[in-house]
Ligand binder design. Structure first.
Ligand code: S3P
Length: 438
């Protein structure tokens, strides 16, 4: 697929698909609750569909009534059944890691795999803490998928300090704790997205969060009776980032992105854009389904380079590729610090982002775990072919770049965009971008 310089500004009002993190959790928690959970706005991307299929394989009833409208009849905490076949989590690290947590405290045998990207990603970060509950894991060299696991008859509660800022690891430990008697305790030195904590409370679990500076201690009372609960999934701020970036880069644009989730632990990208001088106004702020939501009114304007502090990384971890694309069009240098975790995403996103910018002729450097982009304003040549490395966000970042470069940008494989943002090309084109098959 290729994108070429937009001929007209982006205008009007668009909706982005549902939040990926919340969608996975809605299906999993629905499967662990007693009764029928109704979900609206579910993201129907490949990643989430893998979670839906896994929940079915584990005995939950999962039905789709209409676009984004799903029902899950759960089996209660500890009630999942042994899957008859391998669970294939596709491209999704979130699905794989959270599900390891759920299954570790079930006395069943399960085997999990994924696509070539997921089979390269580290699972030791969940295997190690989860083993302490009594679960046994057998994985490939380096703790990679496929892995086999068997939970104990009675799991022990966990007490774990998460060594890397990762909501997936934190969530895996908490989900394991659901089916262990007593208190499960997780300490995170850097707060990460808190959808698991919020949604567990919403489903009736007793969860306490103690904050001290950026650190958090989360405690969960084990073996609650989770009750079915309705979930309204907000628009995904990480998907909205690609449309916001496009509007910021195409002269004359003025785009409204409706009903975007604005959880403060997800908003580092928008805080950074404000520092760069971006013209983004949040309209119609409200709370929907327990999450803060608003409409983002984004207008094109000149941007300046900024220094993005390392401690902001957990709140914008998925947005660095597209931030780097914006930075290449800003005036001055943007330094994004402390991106170690970005190296273990669907691809090594530090390397892939640097490569995509270099392909477009941008001046970019990697120094340790910092990514440095020297912006020269809206003069970038473009014209490169980008290898997307099975990574949806690299593909989307490259295509966004192409709407503002002199020459079109081409990606070798746009198929992975469907993992998180089905309909991306159509939506971008409806808003005024120029994406087409290469
Ligand atoms: C997610 C957590 C983040 C993020 C991913 C979704 C989640 O991963 O990159 O897209 O839903 O918990 P890490 O927890 O590994 O940083």
């Amino acid at each position: 697929m290729a994108s070429r310089r937009a001929a007209a500004p982006l205008t009007g009002r668009v909706n982005v698909p549902g939040d990926k993190s919340i969608s996975h959790r809605a299906l999993m928690f629905g499967a662990l609750a007693v009764g029928e959970t109704r979900i609206t706005g579910l993201l129907e991307g490949e990643d989430v569909l893998r979670t839906a299929a896994a929940m079915r394989a584990l005995g939950a009833e999962v039905a789709r009534d209409a676009d984004g409208a799903w029902r899950v009849s759960g089996r209660g905490v500890g009630g999942l059944v042994e899957p008859a076949d391998v669970l294939d989590m596709g491209n999704s690290g979130t699905a794989a890691r959270l599900l390891c947590g759920v299954l570790a405290s079930h006395p069943i045998f399960a085997v999990m795999t994924g696509d070539a990207s997921l089979r390269r990603r580290p699972m030791r970060r969940v295997i190690d803490p989860l083993s302490a509950c009594g679960a046994r894991f057998d994985a490939r060299e380096g703790g990679r998928l496929p892995l086999a696991m068997r939970g104990p008859v009675e799991a022990l509660p966990l007490d774990y300090r998460v060594p890397v800022p990762s909501a997936q690891v934190k969530s895996a430990v908490l989900l394991c704790g659901l089916n262990a008697p007593g208190i499960t305790r997780v300490e995170e030195p850097e707060a990460t997205r808190d959808h698991t904590e919020n949604m567990l409370s919403h489903f009736g679990a007793s969860v306490q969060v103690e904050a001290s500076g950026r650190a958090r201690i989360i405690t969960l009372q084990g073996q609650p009776e989770l009750r079915a609960a309705d979930v309204t999934v907000p628009g995904d701020p990480s998907s909205a980032a690609f449309l916001a970036a496009t509007a910021l880069l195409v002269p004359g644009s003025r785009l409204s992105i409706a009903s975007v989730g604005l959880n403060e632990l997800r908003c580092g990208f928008y805080a950074t854009l404000a520092e760069m001088g971006a013209n983004i106004v949040v309209a119609n702020r409200r709370v929907e389904g327990g999450e803060p939501v608003g409409d983002l009114d984004v207008s094109h304007g000149e941007l300046r380079g900024v220094d993005v502090p390392w401690e902001r990384a957990p709140t914008m971890i998925d947005e660095y590729p597209v931030l780097a694309v914006i930075a290449a069009h800003a005036i001055g240098t943007t330094r994004m610090r402390g991106l170690k975790e970005l190296r273990v995403k669907e691809s090594d996103r530090v390397a892939a982002t640097a490569a995509l910018l270099a392909a477009a002729g941008a001046r970019v450097e990697v120094e340790g775990d910092d990514l440095i982009v020297h912006g020269d304003g809206p003069t970038l040549r473009g014209g490169g072919l980008v290898r997307t490395e099975m990574d949806h966000r690299i593909a989307m970042a490259a295509l966004v770049l192409g709407v503002a470069t002199q020459e079109p940008m081409t990606v070798d494989d746009a198929a992975f965009i469907d993992t998180s943002f089905p309909g991306f090309a159509e939506l971008m084109n409806r808003a005024g971008a120029a994406l087409a098959p290469a």
